[in-house]
Design a protein around this ligand. Structure first.
Ligand SMILES: [Zn+2]
Length: 539
C-alpha cells in the first residue's frame, strides 16, 4: 500500500465524486479493473452480475471523518469446474472482506493500540477524527500477534534471559531477548526450569545464554541448550557483592556506631573523651551508649527464638508478618541492630561551608542572602538547607562546620557504598571515616581490597585474575566472603564467562523496564496474551 496517495490503490479504484457534509466528507469510489479474479479458482472473469454499495470508514482529513461509498461489484465465475458461481470482487489493498474500515484505517488504529493500549487508543482515535471502539483495538492486537509468531523463523545466537513480575512477590514470568538483534523475542508465562528448557530445545541454534544466577535458569540452560555457553550477569555479580558487604556491616553494626562516635568527637575537638572501640569490650560499651528501642528488641528476640526452634526464614517471616529480608538481616546478628534508616546523610551545603563561614564571620547572617550567593556559585539546593546549616551558628554564634557524620552514624548500605567506590576520590571526611573504620576493624580493610579487586575484574573482564582472587579470599579468614566465593564456584563456568564475555544482561534489564511500563499502562487488567503481544510488537 502506498500511503502517500489519496486513494488506497489508484490502480484498482477511482474517485467518482466528493460529497461534503457539515461534519464529514464522503468519497464515492468505483472499481476500474475490467476483470476480477475468482477467490476460489483464481480465474479472471469479466462477466459482471451486479453492483452493490459498501460504506467504509477511511483515514480522516484534518480531523474530519472520511467515509467511502464503494460501488462494489459481483462477478460470475465462468470456470465450469469451479464450485463458486458468483463472487464479490476482492480489493486487498483497499478493504478486507466484510470489513467496515479501509485497510489503512485498520493499520492506523492497530498502531495506536500497540503503542497506547486499547482504551487509550480508542480515546486518542476519537480526538484524531476516527471512531473506533476499544474492543476492536483489542481484537486487532490479538489478531496481529496470532498472525506473526516472532519466535518462528528467527535465528537467535545470543539469548538474554531474565524474570519479571506479574505481581511482585507472587507470580513471575520470563522474558527472552535476542541480544544481537536487541529485540525481545518471547515471553514465557512462568519462570520455571521446565518451561524454559522446552523453549530452548526448540532453538538448537543458540550459542550463548546470558542469565542471572538463579538456579532454575542455570538448570534449564544446562538441559535445554547443552551446546550453549552460559554467562552470569555482571550487574548481578556486583550487586551481590554490595549486598554481601552491607550484610557484613549489619552483623557488625557496632563498628559503624563506634566509628561515627569517634569521627564526631574528633570533629568537635574532644578526642580525649572517646577511644577507638576495638574488641568485645568496646562493643558492649558502644551498645550500652545507644539502647535499642524495646519494640525492635522484642522483634529481634522473637526471630531468634523461632530460629533456635529450627524454623525456616520463610516460616519466620510468615509467622511474624514481616519481610523475609528483615528476617535474613536479623538472624545473622548477635544483638539487635540499631535503626539506621534515614541515617547520616551529610548536608548538601557542606562543599560551600568554608565560604559560608567566611561570610558569617564578616557579619552576613541572613540565610536567604547567603543562599543566593552560593546559588550563584553552583549550589543547587533549596534555601531551607542553608537555614538548617547556619541554625547552630545563630544559637552559639560560632561559625563551626557541623560534622558530616551525624550522631546516628552511617547506615550499613551507605558504608558499603563508600567502601566499594572504585576511585579513591571522595571528600575528606569520607576518607577519614573509612580510615577510622579500617583502624577499628582490620577485616574491613581486607574486605575493601578484595571487593575492589573483584569489581575491577568484572569491569575490565580480567578472568585471568580470578584464580588468584579466590586464593586470597580463602586466605583472608573472612567467613562471609569465603561463603560467597563458594557460591561463585558452584556456578564457575558462567562466572568465568562473565569475566571474559562481551555479552551481558544490561539490555535485558532495559527490556524488563519497557515491559513494566507497558504492564502498568494496562492497569494490570490485561491477560498474558495481550501483554506478550504488546511487548513483542515491532512497529
Ligand atoms: Zn471460480
Amino acid at each position: 500500500m502506498n500511503a502517500n496517495t489519496l486513494l488506497a490503490d489508484p490502480a484498482a479504484i477511482e474517485i467518482e465524486k466528493f460529497v461534503s457534509h457539515d461534519n464529514a466528507i464522503t468519497i464515492v469510489v468505483r472499481p476500474i479493473q475490467p476483470t476480477a479474479d475468482c477467490p476460489q479458482c483464481n480465474q479472471p472473469s469479466s462477466s459482471l452480475k451486479t453492483r452493490y454499495l459498501r460504506r467504509l470508514d477511511d483515514l480522516p482529513w484534518h480531523n474530519v471523518p472520511v467515509r467511502i461509498e464503494l460501488h462494489a461489484r459481483k462477478f460470475r465465475c465462468r470456470n465450469e469446474l469451479c464450485s463458486r458461481k458468483v463472487f464479490c470482487e476482492r480489493l486487498p489493498q483497499v478493504v478486507a472482506p466484510f470489513a467496515r474500515h479501509t485497510v489503512r484505517l485498520a493499520q492506523a488504529f492497530e498502531l495506536l493500540a500497540f503503542a497506547l493500549g486499547a482504551r487509550a487508543a480508542a480515546r486518542t482515535a476519537s480526538k484524531l477524527g476516527f471512531q473506533v471502539g476499544k474492543d476492536i483495538c483489542l481484537r486487532a492486537m490479538r489478531r496481529r500477534s496470532s498472525l506473526s509468531k516472532p519466535t518462528e523463523g528467527d535465528q537467535v545466537c545470543v539469548l538474554g534471559v531474565d524474570d519479571f513480575a506479574f505481581r511482585r512477590g507472587c507470580t513471575y514470568g520470563t522474558i527472552l531477548v535476542d541480544l544481537e538483534g536487541r529485540q525481545p523475542i518471547d515471553l514465557l508465562p512462568d519462570r520455571t526450569a521446565e518451561t524454559l528448557t522446552e523453549w530452548l530445545k526448540a532453538h538448537p541454534e543458540i550459542e550463548t545464554i546470558s542469565r542471572d544466577r538463579s538456579a532454575a535458569y542455570a538448570d534449564a540452560a544446562r538441559t535445554g541448550a547443552p551446546q550453549a555457553a552460559q554467562v552470569a550477569n555482571r550487574w548481578h555479580l556486583l550487586k551481590n557483592l554490595g549486598e554481601l558487604v552491607e550484610r557484613f556491616f549489619v552483623r557488625n553494626h557496632y563498628l559503624l556506631t563506634g566509628t561515627a562516635a569517634v569521627v564526631r568527637a574528633e570533629h568537635l575537638g574532644k578526642q580525649s573523651e572517646v577511644e577507638l572501640p576495638t574488641g568485645a569490650k568496646a562493643k558492649s560499651r558502644v551498645l550500652a551508649e545507644k539502647p535499642v528501642p524495646p519494640r525492635r528488641q522484642k522483634l529481634f528476640d522473637a526471630i531468634k527464638e523461632l530460629q533456635a526452634g529450627g524454623q525456616s526464614i520463610r516460616r519466620i517471616a510468615c509467622e511474624l508478618q514481616i519481610a523475609r529480608n528483615t528476617v535474613r538481616r536479623y538472624i545473622h546478628c548477635e544483638t539487635a541492630p540499631p535503626h539506621f534508616a534515614g541515617a547520616g546523610r551529610p548536608s548538601s551545603v557542606l562543599p560551600f561551608a568554608a565560604y559560608l563561614q567566611q561570610r558569617w564571620r564578616a557579619g552576613e547572617h541572613n540565610a536567604f542572602r547567603l543562599w543566593q550567593e552560593i546559588k550563584a556559585q553552583g549550589f543547587s539546593g533549596e534555601v531551607y538547607a542553608v537555614q538548617r546549616f547556619v541554625r547552630e551558628w545563630r544559637e552559639t554564634s560560632v561559625g563551626k562546620v557541623p560534622c558530616p557524620v551525624t550522631s546516628r552514624g552511617l547506615s550499613p548500605r551507605q558504608t558499603a557504598k563508600l567502601l566499594l567506590r572504585p576511585d579513591n576520590a571522595g571528600s575528606e571526611w569520607e576518607r577519614t571515616y573509612l580510615a577510622k573504620l579500617c583502624e577499628v576493624s582490620p577485616q574491613v580493610g581486607v574486605i575493601q581490597h578484595l571487593g575492589l579487586d573483584f569489581q575491577q575484574m568484572v569491569k575490565e573482564r580480567r578472568a585471568d585474575l580470578f584464580d588468584d582472587w579466590l586464593k586470597r579470599v580463602a586466605a583472608s579468614g573472612i567467613e562471609a566472603l569465603q561463603h560467597w566465593a563458594d557460591g561463585l564456584l558452584s556456578d564457575e563456568a558462567a562466572v568465568r564467562n562473565a569475566l571474559s564475555s562481551q555479552w551481558s544482561n544490561g539490555q535485558v534489564e532495559g527490556q524488563v523496564n519497557r515491559l513494566k511500563t507497558i504492564k502498568r499502562q494496562m492497569y494490570g487488567r490485561a491477560r498474558f496474551d495481550l501483554l506478550r503481544a504488546r511487548v513483542l510488537h515491532r512497529a
